[in-house]
Design a protein around this ligand. Structure first.
Ligand code: NDP
Length: 255
């Protein structure tokens, strides 16, 4: 956890960073924060109007002009991912970072009642989509001198918990994929891959997982940005295949 990390104002200058689920919640704040620190951000998400709003906010702050990729990870195909890689290569010639952040919670329900279609849907958005997107983007990541790939995990991706169903399993799979990909790309020396657990954070997803909780007791997405910035920028060079937390440990754990 790097909650006290102070990011240099130009930490991400000249970096091209893709953020999935950039229209809302943690992804939106991360995209804005990366842009504020000099990055050209590529905003990917399923609701174009939300992405356009983030785009406008970034421009209004005078940060580098972002790009938008409207894509629903649920229906996305290998061709979509390859088209995306080609477009990024053409426009920027490289990719310096990915924040895999988009996720679906699915339902918090006893496993015996879990709907198989919903299970598939959650696995598609949370793990299968990000995996094939990453496969398509590896050649553009390899063109960067210092690329950071961050997968968003959860406390239920590190210790199983009753009723968390496909969400929990998708996050365990995320942790496993981070380990194997980090190991496979180690020889390049220029692409690191890590997992990050934001911890309980004030967003719509957290609200739907814990409807009775007072959101004011939670840290905001802005509060947890130091670790996001540290992982995306050069100060985390040399770290790969590791698990990070954006908040100090608490007795009660996050979504
Ligand atoms: P939100 O639900 O607030 O935001 C998720 C974002 O992902 C939204 O912008 C959403 O788009 C997008 N998204 C969802 N499904 C798809 C899809 N099929 N295709 C493309 N984009 C999609 O979640 P959080 O900000 O809370 O969570 C961000 C990440 O942090 C997730 O990976 C989550 O698992 C993780 N996390 C969050 C915790 C918390 O307490 N908030 C705790 C632990 C982990 P749209 O806006 O259009 O719905």
């Amino acid at each position: 956890c790097r909650i006290d990390y102070q990011a240099a104002p130009d930490l991400l200058r000249d970096r091209v960073i893709l953020v999935t689920g950039a229209g809302d919640g943690i992804g939106k704040v991360a995209a804005m924060s990366f842009a504020r620190h000099g990055a050209t951000v590529v905003l990917l998400g399923r609701t174009t109007s939300k992405l356009e709003k983030v785009y406008d906010e970034i421009l209004a702050e005078g940060a580098p002009k972002p790009a938008i990729i409207p894509l629903n990870l649920e229906g996305a195909t290998l061709k979509d991912y390859h088209d995306m890689a080609e477009a990024l290569d053409k426009e920027f010639g490289r990719l310096d970072g990915i924040l895999h952040n988009a996720s679906l919670l699915g339902r918090i329900t006893p496993f015996v009642q879990y709907n198989p279609e919903l299970w598939e849907q959650v696995m598609q958005v949370n793990i299968n989509g990000p995996i094939w997107m990453t496969q398509a983007l590896i050649p553009v990541l390899e063109k960067s001198a210092d690329a950071s790939v961050v997968f968003t995990s959860s406390s239920v991706g590190r210790k199983g918990r009753a009723y968390w169903g496909a969400y929990s399993v998708s996050k365990f799979a995320t942790e496993g994929f981070v380990e194997l990909l980090a190991d496979e790309l180690e020889h390049l020396g220029t692409v690191r891959v890590n997992s990050l657990n934001p911890g309980g954070t004030r967003t719509a997803m957290r609200k739907s997982a814990y409807p009775g909780e007072d959101p004011l007791l939670l840290r905001t997405p802005e509060d947890i940005m130091p670790t996001y910035l540290w992982l995306m920028g050069p100060d985390s060079q040399g770290h790969s295949g590791e698990k990070f937390d954006a908040q100090p440990p608490k007795p009660s754990s996050g979504a």
